[in-house]
Design a protein around this ligand. Structure first.
Ligand SMILES: Cc1cc2nc3c(=O)[nH]c(=O)nc-3n(C[C@H](O)[C@H](O)[C@H](O)COP(=O)(O)OP(=O)(O)OC[C@H]3O[C@@H](n4cnc5c(N)ncnc54)[C@H](O)[C@@H]3O)c2cc1C
Ligand SMILES: *[C@@H]1O[C@H](CO)[C@@H](O)[C@H](O)[C@H]1NC(C)=O
Ligand SMILES: *[C@@H]1O[C@H](CO)[C@@H](O)[C@H](O)[C@H]1NC(C)=O
Length: 396
């Protein structure tokens, strides 16, 4: 693969001032924003493929480690399995042969004029970071108890206070019966089988009709078998959730719990910083509009991947792998002027835990395959994908 030298860049901005920004300036710069499922699986293969004599690869992420999202509920409920050590995976081995630079910071804005093929980022530190190719993978914002702080020094306290909050309550009411509500209920029952756990969910079955009834019913059976109470087809209004211990549902049911939590999943994509490029690149809900090549419209040198893109599919790490494969290929093709590949969603699948030894899985292939606790435990519940994700970051 051959690379253009930086002399070709039209808007080249040389600004390597601070220690952390010692990126050699004579290289073709590929910058990845966000080191989650998508960013990690782009950074590592690209570091193997790109010729280090011509390219410099940079990964920017606010924390110095990847937060393994599927492990965060168990991690914030208790210290079981020491997940705060294993599921926060440092980026120090992410680049093959050390061929890349990690910057611990947040991107605050993007500067590239329409029609130009290079630009620069402004970081939280105030520094500017130029790029020839930009890959956006900032993911979504999650709600408490998995709303991780953006500063490494705050993470330990966040996890500790969350564990204290759970330990201090004798009963829990979870508002929202999708993946987060179901998995959190299972984790709570694992640690405190004697405590009351209940879920209120608006739909007549858990999850929504993205998944077939047989999966939704299997999940409900697994949870009720452990004594988790399900209030389906009922709603707790948003404004009464935070800080209260007694609520009245829309159907008039009085429910109380020491801890009432909203478990409706992600709140919004982390894309506010992308508006500085051009407000039109985002949907009204803040997702990044992409072409099938995963390039932005009108900005052929900017790609986007992961949960933050607008694409008709369920947001999952599984999808991020497929995005990452396409982008890794397309970055090379873009540099060569070769035609780019299109992304298409494979099939939908979901694997939901019910504590460490339960759960249900569904694969939308053939007639639709439902698998139970044994498969789900082996595939996910036992280790929450941590060993797999550690490998992705170079930890073997
Ligand atoms: C409880 C739970 C269970 C899950 N279980 C599964 C499962 O079983 N299977 C599955 O396939 N998926 C699962 N998922 C979904 C999966 O975790 C996500 O789809 C995946 O993590 C998305 O990857 P991403 O790279 O797009 O975003 P993320 O993994 O969220 O990573 C984005 C990164 O970008 C960083 N970032 C954000 N803004 C900026 C900025 N301005 N500058 C720099 N960096 C920034 C963030 O800090 C973060 O590190 C689960 C999610 C949760 C919450
Ligand atoms: C179903 O829930 C998922 C999140 O689990 C969401 O992405 C999707 O839009 C929802 N679909 C419907 C039809 O409400
Ligand atoms: C990719 O998708 C675009 C837009 O849908 C289409 O025009 C193009 O032909 C596709 N390319 C390939 C290689 O399939």
């Amino acid at each position: 693969m051959s690379g253009k030298k930086n002399e070709d860049r039209k808007s080249g901005t040389s600004v390597a001032k601070s220690e952390s920004l010692q990126v050699p300036q004579c290289f073709f710069l590929v910058v990845i924003v966000g080191g989650g499922a998508a960013g990690v699986n782009i950074a590592r293969p690209l570091s193997a493929e790109l010729d280090a004599a011509q390219y410099n690869l940079v990964l920017v992420n606010p924390l110095p480690y990847r937060v393994v999202l599927p492990a965060t509920l168990r991690m914030t409920v208790s210290d079981v399995d020491n997940l705060a050590t294993t599921a926060l995976i440092p980026y120090d081995k992410i680049f093959h042969g050390g061929k890349g630079t990690f910057i611990e910071d947040s991107v605050e804005s993007i500067h590239q004029k329409a029609g130009e093929t290079t630009g620069f980022l402004t970081l939280g530190s105030g520094e500017q970071l130029p790029y020839d190719i930009l890959i956006l993978a900032p993911g979504l914002s999650w709600q408490d108890p998995i709303a991780f702080p953006n500063k490494a020094e705050d993470v330990k306290a966040y996890v500790a206070s969350s564990r204290e909050k759970f330990a201090g309550a004798k009963s829990y009411l979870l508002v929202g019966g999708g993946a987060v509500g179901c998995e959190l209920a299972g984790e709570l029952k694992d640690i405190w089988p004697e405590k009351d756990v209940a879920i209120v969910h608006a739909k007549p079955l858990l999850f929504n009709d993205t998944y077939p009834d047989k999966f939704r019913k299997a999940m409900a059976r697994g949870l009720t078998a452990r004594g988790i109470k399900l209030h389906l087809g009922d709603v707790v209004e948003n404004h009464v959730i935070t800080g209260s211990t007694d609520v009245v549902t829309r159907a008039g049911l009085k429910l109380s719990a020491d801890l009432i939590l909203k478990t409706t999943g992600a709140s919004h994509p982390n894309t506010a910083f992308i508006k500085s490029l051009d407000a039109d690149v985002l949907t009204p809900a803040g997702f990044v509009k992409v072409k099938p090549t995963l390039q932005l419209f009108n900005y052929p040198n900017i790609f986007a991947a992961g949960d933050a893109i607008e694409w008709k599919e369920q947001k999952q790490a599984l999808k991020c792998y497929a995005h990452a494969k396409i982008i890794t290929k397309n970055v090379a093709s873009y540099n060569k002027g070769a035609p780019l590949k299109n992304y298409t969603t494979g099939f939908e699948a979901i694997i939901v835990t019910n504590g460490k030894r339960g759960g249900a899985s569904y694969f939308d292939v053939l007639w639709g395959i439902l698998l139970g606790a044994w498969f789900t435990t082996m595939a996910k519940s036992k280790s929450l994908l941590v060993p797999l994700f550690r490998k992705e970051s170079g930890y073997v």
